[in-house]
Design a protein around this ligand. Structure first.
Ligand code: AMP
Length: 573
């Protein structure tokens, strides 16, 4: 891929471009679809449906090409992975394949990655940055402490590079220039980002951040989970970091030669800085306000905090103290969708404005009566839809599996709120519970635990149908010891927390058994994460699977083997 010169950043111009595009969202959509179809007119997939380079209008396209999921596209993508360079989904062979985190399905899935997706990424970053910078301007020579990790990229037997989408982005020659243009250069050397060992990389990100502490303008991880994990780790390793700074010598725990050598170049003995960090750490109460204490010039903390990341917001707020939490944009390995153009909104209120030239977007109503998707500018405020993407990277009318709610319009383009993954995760008979329902139930039960000053560190669930009747199992990792009575209350609360009518009636008539709470040993969820990292998921892109299917035996085994206590609900006795 050729390295392109990334344009110098002009905040007002970027904002004006977005304003104009959003004012003409309907026209931009028609033009974007036309571009996509012309660019990929030779794709076998499109030809099979009778799209031949002259069909570019939305109505004709929709009449010919069916709605699909990753399941239907899998054989096409597999051919690309296997090295077939004929135009399968895209007009030209793709330079790489992305491995989406796939934790919801229990296995990673492949999606095409193209130069256009990289351009979209840079465009999205610039748009979001422009709006952010208008609200929270950062200094010219600033840097960003970015907890980013490039996982392994390997070459498939067919010769195609395969890596997570974030890896494909970080390895792209335009990434660094793009980051520099928006004053977001990372503190850490590249060797840290590309470290084969994520634990060592995290330590070095923290250390680099402190070495550049005065320049750090904001702190970022793709997902709130990553931010919380980083600062929980800091609580454990801070004394080692302080010792490294004092002596100017890197701890022996960093063994990857490239990382050691790059980090050693940054270090020189600095006892004043070491003492200052020590004093700051010791002065904090339960680490409240850790982020501004370490990075006095940081203006905000940035990452995805919506959807399945909501459970981490409370802890993140604790670390961030008074610093604003700014929600990162909305996208997926399949492509970017929407930017946060209202960065002052809290994570609970955050909405995202669809960027109309990133793809051709349709919205499939979630309500069971309506079956036909509507166009971008035809969505209705207050309604919920599943997002359907057609993009430059060979996805045509692809159901993403995400449910969003329309909150309003920014000019003509919708502003949406991420609601949840569409898949029901907990269902035994007539009960229907989504990831969001589980989250709400856990949130309400966790309140009982917080009265004891204990938090839920992480959670997951499982439908156990080996018992008669089947029942829900919720796994919890908690931050401290507590009485069995408290956990029994939590268990009852979890059971009562699922307010879906199907669940409640099944519980009342005992066609679903008592909910079971299993408390797992500290560190168990870290083991689950490591299992997924071993499968090729990247630390930065990781999302905890909120429901473990029986097919995911390994994760279920980790959770079950590490259970230290179990409780059965008496809420419906
Ligand atoms: P991946 O497949 O690993 O690229 O993950 C993409 C998925 O992460 C999306 O399909 C969403 O379910 C979720 N996601 C991405 N952005 C957001 C966001 N801003 N808020 C909530 N969930 C998000």
């Amino acid at each position: 891929m050729l390295e392109k010169k990334v344009e110098t950043f002009n905040m007002n111009r970027v904002i004006e471009d977005f304003e104009e595009m959003s004012r003409n969202a309907d026209q931009v959509q028609i033009q974007t679809l036309k571009d996509i179809l012309l660019k990929n007119h030779s794709a076998i997939y499109l030809k099979n449906f009778g799209i031949n380079g002259t069909t570019t209008a939305p109505e004709a396209f929709k009449a010919l090409v069916p709605l699909v999921t990753d399941f239907e596209l899998e054989p096409y993508i597999q051919r690309m992975v296997d090295g077939d360079t004929s135009p399968i989904l895209t007009g030209r062979p793709v330079p790489a394949i992305s491995l989406s985190s796939g934790t919801s399905q229990g296995r990673p899935k492949f999606v095409p990655f193209t130069d256009e997706l990289m351009e979209n990424t840079i465009q999205l970053f610039r748009t979001a940055f422009a709006f952010r910078n208008r609200e929270f301007p950062i200094d010219d020579n600033g840097r960003a402490l970015q907890f980013i990790f490039s996982s392994r990229q390997y070459t498939s037997t067919g010769g195609v590079p395969v890596g997570t989408a974030t890896t494909n982005v970080y390895r792209n020659p335009n990434f660094k220039a793009g980051m520099r243009s928006i004053q977001s250069l990372c503190c850490s050397p590249d060797e840290v980002i590309f470290s084969p060992d994520v634990h060592q990389a995290l330590y070095c990100h923290l250390l680099s951040g402190i070495l550049f502490r005065d320049q750090v303008q904001y702190v970022f991880a793709s997902f709130a989970h990553g931010l919380v994990h980083a600062f929980r780790t800091f609580e454990q390793v801070w004394e080692e970091i302080v010792a490294d700074i004092k002596e100017g010598v890197l701890t022996s725990r960093i063994t990857v030669p490239s990382v050691r050598s790059a980090m050693s170049k940054l270090l020189r003995p600095n006892p004043e800085l070491a003492d200052m960090i020590r004093t700051k750490c010791l002065s904090l109460s339960n680490w409240y306000g850790l982020i501004p204490a370490l990075f006095p010039n940081a203006k905000y903390v940035y990452g995805i905090m919506t959807g399945s990341m909501e459970p981490y917001v409370k802890k993140l707020r604790h670390y961030a103290g008074e610093l604003p939490l700014v929600s990162h944009d909305y996208g997926s390995s399949e492509g970017w969708i929407a930017a946060n153009v209202t960065p002052r909104l809290s994570p609970e209120e955050a909405t995202f404005a669809v960027v109309p030239n990133l793809g051709y977007f349709e919205f499939l109503p979630v309500s069971e009566t309506e079956k036909e998707p509507v166009g971008l500018t035809d969505v209705k405020i207050g309604e919920e839809y599943e997002v359907v993407i057609t993009n430059y990277a060979g996805l045509y009318r692809y159901k993403l599996g995400d449910v969003v709610r329309i909150i309003g319009f920014y000019n003509k383009t919708p502003q949406l709120k991420f609601i949840c993954r569409r898949n029901l995760i907990l269902s035994i008979n007539i009960d229907k519970n989504t990831e969001r329902d589980l989250q709400l139930s856990v949130e309400s039960a966790a309140k009982r635990l917080s009265e004891e000053k204990i938090e839920v560190i992480d959670f997951s669930s499982h439908v156990d149908v080996t018992t008669e009747p089947g029942h829900y199992v919720i796994f919890w990792e908690v931050s401290g010891e507590t009485e069995g009575d408290v956990l029994q209350d939590c268990c009852n609360c979890l059971d009562k927390g699922f307010i879906d009518a199907g669940y409640m009636s099944s519980r009342k008539c005992k066609t679903i058994g008592a909910l079971e709470l299993r408390v797992v040993e500290r560190g168990t969820f870290r083991k689950v994460q490591e299992h997924f990292l071993g499968l090729g998921s990247s630390a930065g892109q990781f999302k905890m699977p909120r429901c473990v299917k029986p097919s995911n035996g390994k994760v279920l085994k980790i959770l079950c083997e590490n259970a230290v206590s179990r409780f059965f609900s008496t809420a419906f006795d």
